[in-house]
Design a protein around this ligand. Structure first.
Ligand code: IFM
Length: 439
């Protein structure tokens, strides 16, 4: 049971659960194209256990059961993502009819159950043919993304409650092009600098394209981390500030102030795409809401052995989740209040992902406590003036956790990957209890 109550968030507040296409769909059929995650995951050494998303949760076939789970829990909304290669197999050109049919059925299925569709256009499954042309390193991606955004708006926009362009642009750009942990697995400062800009430029072009096509309620979903220095030394403070710049300020400043932080631009140096300044008006094109994904805090120290961005992550001392992330609900309140006070004022904010990896099992009391504490943090931020409009649990189902494969489980519903049987966990019951109780 949660100690928080539905009523304390206000009558309009939206509760939902989130997933992403590659992590749950499987069903690589019906003319679907391949994505960077298909090839990255099949390359030995990239993913624990060599796991791929080929079958995942088989949501492609089992979606009615999954939507029933959302409805029965009492969720108001479902945050899902479109697979670009399912809708446009090569990334450009005509729509794939079987792909359009699938999302037609899925969206209509939500509406029939009284669930609001919150869509994301891009949750990391880039069509392979676009990667062949340089992917996020190539400025042309912005135009291709805008075309895709237009197609989605024309086919589904009238039935979508809200649409986000990109999920977690930091992961798309830095994690995948500087740290090399996610597809396409680059470890290259020039690749990263380009991707860091092009992902936000594509976001802006996507918003413009959707608006022109009549799309409504448009936003972006960023992940944020509360960042602290290991010690009070000047060097550690600079290190933490730099990480805050790479992870948080780059996206907040770019989207809401139309400029990138000077310290991070200095780190990227002349690797930034020439003339990027001319794109900043597009990057900061007004949005209707902002999504905040939050999981943990990060502690950073100076690292003299590194040339570009001389910092390193320090292992924190707080209780950790099964993926090794510290549990720090205070960070969510602080991030939300910071975004409200320093960046967006009254712009509607949603927590679009929050949750924890826990060892396998249906009884997950630590996850119940995690959700309860983070929901309280959202409520506190609301009391402190942030215009909080909703909260989405990550995730509805145990699913494909990217480079961690199927070993790390974030679901409030257990999935037996051999039989595909779904079993609600205690955390699902906790949401159900709160959502059915209108006090
Ligand atoms: O599983 C991911 C999701 O795809 C994006 N946000 C973080 C989650 C947990 O790592």
């Amino acid at each position: 049971m949660f100690s928080v109550s539905r009523g304390q968030f206000g009558p309009e507040f939206v509760f939902g659960a989130a997933t992403a296409s590659y992590q749950i769909e499987g069903g690589q059929t019906g003319g679907m194209g391949t994505s960077i995650w298909d090839t990255f995951s099949r390359t030995p050494g990239n993913v624990i256990g060599g796991d791929t998303g080929e079958v995942a949760c088989d949501h492609y076939h089992r979606w009615p059961e999954d939507l029933d789970l959302l409805r029965d829990a009492g969720f108001d909304a479902y945050r899902f993502s479109f697979a670009w290669p399912r809708l446009i197999p090569g990334g450009t050109g005509q729509a794939n009819p079987a792909g359009v049919d699938f999302y037609d059925r899925l969206i209509d299925g939500m509406l029939e159950r009284g669930i609001k569709p919150f869509a994301t256009l891009y949750h990391w499954d880039l069509p392979s043919e676009l990667q062949d042309k340089g992917g996020w390193m190539n400025r042309d991606i912005a135009g291709r993304f805008a075309d895709y955004a237009t197609l989605v708006t024309e086919k589904f926009g009238d039935r979508l409650h809200a649409t986000a362009t990109i999920n977690e642009p930091w992961c798309v750009a830095f994690l995948s092009h500087f740290l090399g942990i996610h597809a396409p697995g680059y470890r290259d400062v020039r690749a990263a600098a380009r991707a860091m800009h092009h992902v936000l430029f594509a976001h802006g072009k996507g918003i413009e394209a959707m608006r022109a096509a009549g799309g409504k309620n448009l936003g972006i979903v960023c992940n944020f981390e509360w960042t602290e220095p290991e010690t009070d030394s000047d060097a550690d403070r600079v290190a933490a500030h730099t990480w805050d710049g790479i992870f948080n300020r780059w996206f907040l400043d770019g989207l809401h102030k139309g400029q990138y932080p000077a310290d991070i631009l200095e780190g990227f140096g002349d690797n930034m795409p020439r003339g990027f300044q001319d794109d900043m008006k597009t990057v900061s094109t007004p949005i209707d809401w902002m999504g905040v994904n939050y999981y943990t805090r990060g502690i950073y120290a100076h690292d003299p052995d590194r040339d570009v961005f001389p910092l390193k992550k320090i292992d924190g001392s707080l209780e950790k989740t099964d993926i090794g992330w510290e549990i720090y609900p205070e960070g969510l309140e602080k991030i939300l209040v910071r975004i409200h006070e320093e960046y967006v004022g009254d712009l509607p904010l949603f927590v679009t992902e929050n949750g924890m990896a826990e060892v396998e099992g249906d009884d997950d009391p630590r996850r119940v406590a995690y959700y309860d504490a983070h929901l309280q943090a959202v409520s506190n931020a609301q009391q402190r003036g942030a215009n909080m409009q909703g909260y989405f649990a990550w995730s509805l189902l145990d699913n494909y956790e990217w480079a961690e494969g199927y070993a790390k489980r974030f679901g409030i519903v257990h999935v037996d990957f051999k039989t595909q049987k779904r079993t609600p966990k205690a955390s699902y019951r906790a949401f159900q209890g709160m959502l059915h109780n209108t006090r």
